[in-house]
Design a protein around this ligand. Structure first.
Ligand SMILES: *[C@@H]1O[C@H](CO)[C@@H](O)[C@H](O)[C@H]1NC(C)=O
Ligand SMILES: *[C@@H]1O[C@H](CO)[C@@H](O)[C@H](O)[C@H]1NC(C)=O
Ligand SMILES: *[C@@H]1O[C@H](CO)[C@@H](O)[C@H](O)[C@H]1NC(C)=O
Ligand SMILES: *[C@@H]1O[C@H](CO)[C@@H](O)[C@H](O)[C@H]1NC(C)=O
Ligand SMILES: *[C@@H]1O[C@H](CO)[C@@H](O)[C@H](O)[C@H]1NC(C)=O
Ligand SMILES: *[C@@H]1O[C@H](CO)[C@@H](O)[C@H](O)[C@H]1NC(C)=O
Ligand SMILES: *[C@@H]1O[C@H](CO)[C@@H](O)[C@H](O)[C@H]1NC(C)=O
Ligand SMILES: *[C@@H]1O[C@H](CO)[C@@H](O)[C@H](O)[C@H]1NC(C)=O
Ligand SMILES: *[C@@H]1O[C@H](CO)[C@@H](O)[C@H](O)[C@H]1NC(C)=O
Ligand SMILES: *[C@@H]1O[C@H](CO)[C@@H](O)[C@H](O)[C@H]1NC(C)=O
Length: 877
C-alpha cells in the first residue's frame, strides 16, 4: 500500500510579505561564478541581471579555456563561453564562503553547470565526478558537445563554507562552466539534503526559462511541452503566498500563472518520469503545484484527484482556488513516477497542473575538519604559498587527505589535524604563528627548510604535541623555556639541531654557536605512567561535562536507542499520514516542529512532526529516549514514534484542553477558576518533583513554562515537551554544565550566569509560572517604560498592595485570600535569586497541596506551614 508521504497544504494570501521578500533577497547574497572568466573580473548578465564574477578568488588551480566558436551561439548564455579545465591533480576544489554562519541555521542551493563546446579541440566528451565536500554528488556525462548539464543540490550548510570538487576518474579532463550558490530558509524542502531531478513549468509563456529575478531563490524553471497537453495562462498575479508552512518555497507567479490542461478536454493528464539507476537514490520527493487561473462561471467546477504510481495522493478532491497556489508533496520509493491527474465526476473542466519539482534524497551531510584547524591550515597554506594537492577540505574524504598531514578519525564530530609534515619543501620566512592554532597537533615536522626568526613560544600551547622537529633551518634566538622544559621532562620529543644560531635556555653556549644540539628524550616508564594518570583524570573530567551537550553525529540522528525501539510502537510515515488525516489539523507549532491532531484507532493523539534540522533530531532523540524511561500521571506520555529517514515524528496522548498559556492569555474567553489553577499547579509540581527526585539519575526539564503544561479533559495538568531536558550524568551529581537553553522570562538568572544547571533552575521557572497563574499577567509585560518582568512588577506592587490587587482580575474576586497569599509566598520563594534560597520541588508540592486543601475544605483552614519560607528570600514582605 501507499508508499507516499504526502502533504496537502493550502497556501493563504499574505499581501505584505511578498514585496518584502523580493526586496530582501537581492542578488548581492548570491555567489555566481563564471568559471574560467579571465578577460574581466565580472559582468552583469543581460537577462537575469545577476553579476557573474571570475573564479580566480575561489580556486587556485586549473586553466581557463574558451569553447570552440561553432558552439558560441548568441542564444547561449555568456557563462558558458569559457570553462576552467583541470588537466592536473585528481581533485580540484572551489571553496565557497556563504557567510551564513554554521549549523542548521541555513540551507543552500548549489548549482554547477557544464557545457563542453569542444573547448580543448579534442572533440572527445569527458566524464568525471563532482563532489560536495566529502560526499559524492554525481557523475558528469555529456550526450554531445552542446549539451548543457546542470547539477543542483539543496542541502543544510554545516559550516560557513563549502567545497565543490571535481574528480578525475581517468575518462577525460574535468572542467566546469558555471557555479552558483543561493541561500534558502533553513527548513526549505523539509529534508536535509536533496538533489534536483527535474523542475518544470507547465506553461509555455514564450518558452522562456523563469529564474531570477522572478524566482527570488533563482531556481531555474524549465518549460514543459508535450503533444498531449494544451497550455492556458492568465496575465493576473497568482499569489505565491507565504503560509506558516514556510518549508516549501512556492514557485513565482510567472510559473504558476501558466498551466497545462489535457489537449483533449475529455482526457486526463498523465505524466511519466523514469528515474535513472545512475542517480543511486532510493527515495524521491515530488512537489506538485496547482492554482486555478481561469475565472470560473457559476456552474463550472474544476476538481481532480492525483494518483502517484496508482495511489491516491489527496484525501479530498483537489479544487484549487482562483489565483492562489497550493501544493501537494509525494514521497516516491519506486524507480519511476507515474502521475495521473484525473477530473472527478463533478468536474466540468479538465484537470490542470501548473508546476512540478522532483528531488532525490541524497546524503550530503558533511563530515569536515574542525573550523579552527581549517582556518589555521589555510593561513599556513597562503603564508608559504604551498601548492601540493592542498584542495578542498584537509581531512575529508579520507582517501584524499592533504599531503603531509594526518587527521583524527575517532568517532563523530569534526576531524582534527593531528600531524603536519612540511619537511624539505623549501619553506622560507618565519614559523607561521598559526601553527599553534592547530590545537590537536601531535607531530610537527618543519625540518630541512630555510625558516628564519624565533621559535614562537606559542608552540607550547599545543598540549597534545609529542613530536616537534625543527632541525636544519636558520632559526635564531632562544628556544622558549616551556618547550625546553617539556622536552627535558620527556613530554615532547623536540629536535632543533642544525640551526646554528638557535640556543637553548640553560646553556651558556649561545655565543659559541655550538651546533647540532639534539635533545631527544624518550619518555621514561615513569613519564609514561604520569601521562596515563593525566589521561584518566582528563577523561573523567570530560565525561562529566560532555555527556549532555555533545551533539551526535548526523548518522545517529536517525537512530533511536534500543530501549525506545523495543518498548514503543513504531509507526511508519504512511501511518502518520492516515493518523493525522494528511496533517489536517494543526494543534500548535514550536521551534522544532508542528503538532497535529490525529486518531490512532479510536484514541485521539497529538503528533509532533519534527522539523528536519540537526537540532530538531537532537531534541527528538532526547525526548523519545527520556519518555520511555519516565512514566508519571503528571507527565505527558509517549504512545509511539516514527523514525524513517528524514521523517521523524512523536505520538503523544492528546490533551483536549491545550496548554496552560492559552488559558492564561486574556484573549481566551474561558477563565480558569482559582481551584482549577491550584489543581494544575499541584499536578505540574508533582510532575517536576518526579523528574527531580523520582528519576535516577535525575532530570532537569529546563523549559518549564505555561505553554509546556498541558491540560486534559478535566483540566488536570501534565508536564510536556522534554526536548531540552538534561539528564544528570551520574546519580550523585549536583549539577550539569550546559549551554544556556530555555525561554526568556523563565530562565534561572543564576544558571544564566554560571551555565550550572540543577533542579533549582526548574523551581525558578515554575515560580514564574505560579506568578502568572496568580496574576494572569505574562512573565514579561510590555509597558510604556519598556519590558517589565513579572517578578519586578510584583516587587514594586507588594509593599502597599492588597492580595486582591495582585490576583487575576478575571477571577472577579472568586478566590480564597489565604490560599492566594500562601500561593504567592510559595511562588516568591521559588523565584529567589539565589538557588540555595529556593525550596525543592518536594517542598513546593507540599505547600501547593495545602493551598488546594484550603480551597476544597474552607472550613478547615490550615495555617501551619510545612517549612518556613525564609523571610529574606521571600519577596512577599
Ligand atoms: C545534444 O543533446 C541534447 C540533449 O540530449 C539534445 O537536446 C540536442 O538536440 C543535441 N544536440 C545536437 C546538436 O545533437
Ligand atoms: C514575469 O512576469 C513579469 C510581469 O509580471 C514580466 O515582466 C517578466 O518578463 C516575466 N518573466 C518571464 C521570464 O517571463
Ligand atoms: C509544443 O508541442 C506541440 C506538439 O508537440 C507543438 O506543436 C508546439 O509547437 C510545441 N510548442 C513549443 C513552444 O515548442
Ligand atoms: C477526445 O477523447 C475522447 C475520449 O477519449 C474521444 O472520444 C474523442 O474523439 C477525442 N477528441 C479528439 C478531438 O481527439
Ligand atoms: C485516470 O484516468 C485515466 C484515463 O484518463 C485512466 O486510465 C486511469 O485509470 C484513471 N486513474 C484512476 C486511478 O482512476
Ligand atoms: C550507490 O549506492 C550503493 C549502496 O547504497 C553504494 O554502495 C554505492 O557506492 C553508491 N554509488 C555511488 C556512485 O555513490
Ligand atoms: C463516477 O462515475 C462513475 C461512472 O461514470 C461511477 O462508477 C463512480 O461511482 C462515480 N464516482 C462518484 C464518486 O460518483
Ligand atoms: C594517519 O594515522 C593513522 C592512524 O593514526 C595511520 O594508520 C595512517 O597510516 C596515517 N596516515 C598517513 C598518511 O600518515
Ligand atoms: C616527514 O616527511 C619526510 C619525507 O618527506 C620524512 O623523511 C620524515 O620522516 C617525515 N616526518 C615525520 C615526523 O613523519
Ligand atoms: C592566523 O590566521 C588568521 C587568518 O589569516 C589571522 O587573522 C590570524 O591573525 C592568524 N593568527 C595568528 C596567531 O597569527
Amino acid at each position: 500500500m501507499g508508499q507516499h508521504f504526502l502533504f496537502a497544504v493550502a497556501v493563504f494570501q499574505l499581501f505584505l510579505i511578498l514585496p518584502v521578500l523580493v526586496q530582501a533577497q537581492s542578488p548581492s547574497g548570491f555567489i555566481s561564478i563564471d568559471c574560467g572568466l579571465v578577460d574581466e573580473p565580472s559582468y552583469r548578465d543581460e537577462i537575469t541581471a545577476i553579476d557573474y564574477t571570475s573564479d580566480t578568488q575561489f580556486i587556485g588551480t586549473g586553466v581557463s579555456r574558451k569553447i570552440s566558436s561553432e558552439y558560441k551561439l548568441n542564444s547561449l548564455p555568456r557563462q558558458f563561453w569559457n570553462v576552467r579545465s583541470f588537466p592536473e591533480g585528481n581533485r580540484n576544489c572551489y571553496t565557497l564562503h556563504s557567510g551564513q554562519g554554521t549549523g542548521s541555521s541555513s540551507k543552500h542551493l548549489i548549482r554547477a553547470r557544464f557545457m563542453y563546446g569542444n573547448y580543448d579541440g579534442k572533440d572527445t566528451l569527458p566524464k568525471f565526478d563532482i563532489y560536495l565536500g566529502s560526499k559524492w554528488w554525481d557523475s558528469v556525462e555529456f550526450e554531445n558537445a552542446s549539451n548543457v548539464i546542470t547539477k543542483e543540490v539543496v542541502s543544510i550548510a554545516s559550516s560557513d563554507y563549502v567545497h565543490v570538487c571535481l574528480f578525475n576518474i581517468n575518462q577525460g579532463t574535468p572542467f566546469i562552466s558555471v557555479l552558483e550558490h543561493r541561500v534558502l530558509n533553513s527548513d526549505a524542502y523539509l529534508v536535509n539534503s536533496l538533489q534536483l531531478f527535474a523542475r518544470f513549468d507547465f506553461g509555455l509563456q514564450d518558452t522562456k526559462i523563469v529564474r531570477y529575478p522572478d524566482d527570488v531563490y533563482d531556481r531555474i524553471w524549465i518549460p514543459y511541452n508535450s503533444s498531449n497537453l494544451k497550455h492556458i495562462k492568465t496575465s493576473l498575479w497568482v499569489d505565491q503566498g507565504a503560509s506558516s508552512y514556510s518549508f516549501l518555497p512556492l514557485p513565482p507567479s510567472n510559473v504558476t500563472r501558466t498551466a497545462a490542461v489535457p489537449a483533449n478536454a475529455s482526457n486526463n493528464i498523465e505524466l511519466h518520469f523514469q528515474f535513472l539507476p545512475r542517480n543511486n537514490a532510493s527515495t524521491y520527493y515530488a512537489y506538485l503545484f496547482f492554482a486555478e487561473i481561469e475565472k470560473l462561471e457559476g456552474n463550472q467546477v474544476r476538481e481532480f484527484n492525483v494518483f502517484v504510481n496508482g495511489d491516491l495522493l489527496n484525501s479530498n478532491p483537489v479544487k484549487p482556488s482562483y489565483l492562489e497556489s497550493i501544493y501537494y508533496a509525494a514521497l516516491v520509493t519506486e524507480p519511476e513516477l507515474k502521475l495521473w491527474i484525473n477530473g472527478t465526476n463533478r468536474s466540468t473542466l479538465p484537470p490542470l497542473v501548473n508546476a512540478i519539482e522532483i528531488y532525490m534524497t541524497k546524503d550530503l551531510l558533511q563530515t569536515q575538519t574542525d573550523q579552527k584547524d581549517v582556518d589555521a591550515i589555510m593561513n599556513i597554506k597562503s603564508t608559504y604559498g604551498i601548492k601540493r594537492n592542498w584542495q578542498g577540505d584537509p581531512c575529508t574524504p579520507v582517501e584524499y587527505l592533504w599531503d603531509g598531514l594526518n587527521c583524527s578519525y575517532a568517532g563523530s564530530g569534526p576531524r582534527r589535524i593531528i600531524s603536519l609534515n612540511l619537511s624539505s619543501i623549501g619553506l622560507t620566512g618565519n614559523i607561521a604563528p598559526n601553527m599553534s592554532n592547530l590545537r590537536s597537533l601531535e607531530s610537527l615536522d618543519l625540518s630541512n627548510n630555510s625558516l628564519t626568526g624565533d621559535v614562537p613560544g606559542s608552540l607550547s600551547q599545543l598540549h597534545s604535541l609529542k613530536d616537534l622537529n625543527l632541525e636544519e633551518n636558520q632559526l635564531t634566538g632562544t628556544v622558549p623555556m616551556d618547550l625546553y622544559e617539556s622536552s627535558k621532562n620527556g613530554k615532547i620529543n623536540f629536535r632543533f639541531g642544525g640551526n646554528p644560531d638557535l640556543c637553548y635556555p640553560d646553556s651558556d653556549s649561545c655565543q659559541n654557536k655550538s651546533n647540532t644540539i639534539v635533545i631527544s628524550i624518550v619518555a621514561s616508564v615513569g613519564g609514561a605512567f604520569l601521562l596515563l594518570a593525566a589521561t584518566v583524570i582528563f577523561f573523567i573530567f570530560k565525561r562529566r561535562q560532555l555527556v549532555p551537550t555533545r551533539v551526535s553525529s548526523p548518522s545517529s540522528y536517525y537512530k533511536l536507542n534500543k530501549e525506545v525501539q523495543s518498548k514503543k510502537q513504531q509507526i511508519t510515515s504512511d501511518e502518520i499520514l492516515s493518523i493525522t488525516n494528511n496533517f489536517g489539523r494543526v494543534l500548535g507549532k514550536g521551534g522544532f516542529g508542528t503538532v497535529y491532531h490525529g486518531y490512532l484507532g479510536n484514541t485521539e493523539v497529538a503528533v509532533k512532526v519534527v522539523s528536519p534540522s540537526a537540532q530538531g533530531y537532537l531534541q527528538f532523540q532526547t525526548e523519545a529516549n527520556l519518555l520511555t524511561r519516565v512514566h508519571h500521571k503528571c507527565l505527558t506520555s509517549l504512545i509511539g514514534y516514527c523514525d524513517e529517514g528524514p521523517n521523524v515524528a512523536l505520538i503523544y496522548e492528546y490533551m483536549p484542553n491545550g496548554n496552560l498559556a492559552k488559558h492564561l492569555s486574556d484573549k481566551n474567553e474561558h477563565v480558569l477558576s482559582w481551584k482549577q489553577r491550584l489543581q494544575i499547579a499541584v499536578d505540574a509540581a508533582q510532575g517536576l518533583e518526579y523528574m527531580h527526585k523520582g528519576c535516577k539519575p535525575p532530570i532537569v526539564h529546563r523549559d518549564v513554562k505555561p505553554s509546556n503544561i498541558l491540560l486534559d479533559e478535566k483540566f488536570r495538568g501534565k508536564i510536556s515537551d522534554f526536548g531540552l531536558s538534561k539528564i544528570y550524568a551520574n546519580e550523585g551529581d549536583t549539577h550539569v554544565y550546559t549551554a544556556i537553553a530555555g525561554t526568556t522570562g523563565y530562565l534561572d538568572p543564576q544558571y544564566n550566569i554560571s551555565n550550572k544547571l540543577n533542579e533549582k533552575s526548574d523551581v525558578f521557572s515554575f515560580g514564574v509560572v505560579l506568578l502568572e497563574m496568580i496574576t494572569g499577567q505574562p512573565a514579561i509585560a510590555k509597558t510604556d517604560e519598556g519590558k517589565t518582568h513579572i517578578i519586578d512588577w510584583l516587587k514594586s506592587m507588594q509593599s502597599e498592595s492588597e492580595i486582591s490587587d495582585i490576583v487575576d482580575s478575571r477571577l472577579e474576586g472568586k478566590f480564597g485570600t489565604d490560599s492566594a497569599r500562601k500561593l504567592l509566598d510559595t511562588a516568591m520563594a521559588c523565584v529567589a535569586s539565589r538557588s540555595i534560597d529556593r525550596p525543592t520541588m518536594g517542598e513546593v508540592v507540599k505547600e501547593l497541596t495545602h493551598c488546594l486543601a484550603m480551597e476544597t475544605s474552607p472550613s478547615s483552614l490550615i495555617h501551619d506551614s510545612f517549612y518556613g519560607i525564609s523571610g529574606e528570600s521571600s519577596l512577599a514582605r
